[in-house]
Design a binder for this molecule. Structure first.
Ligand code: ZN
Ligand code: ZN
Length: 60
């Protein structure tokens, strides 16, 4: 098994999700951050890469 670190495709490596409406974070990342149902929420940490902008990809 090989591991490589790749850029997070969800936040494009920024570590902050801007996939929701008008550049805000998507609902799933808001939920990850413990914020729900708030359309005026600022960008939260990406729930996929935990705000690091990178994800560990495992290749078998
Ligand atoms: Zn990310
Ligand atoms: Zn997101």
């Amino acid at each position: 098994m090989k591991r490589s670190i790749v850029k997070c495709g969800h936040c494009d490596g920024t570590g902050k999700c801007s996939r929701g409406d008008q550049g805000f974070s998507c609902s799933s990342c808001q939920r990850e951050a413990g914020i729900e149902d708030r359309g005026d929420t600022n960008k939260v940490h990406c729930g996929i890469c935990k705000g690091t902008g990178k994800i560990l990809k495992e290749c078998y």
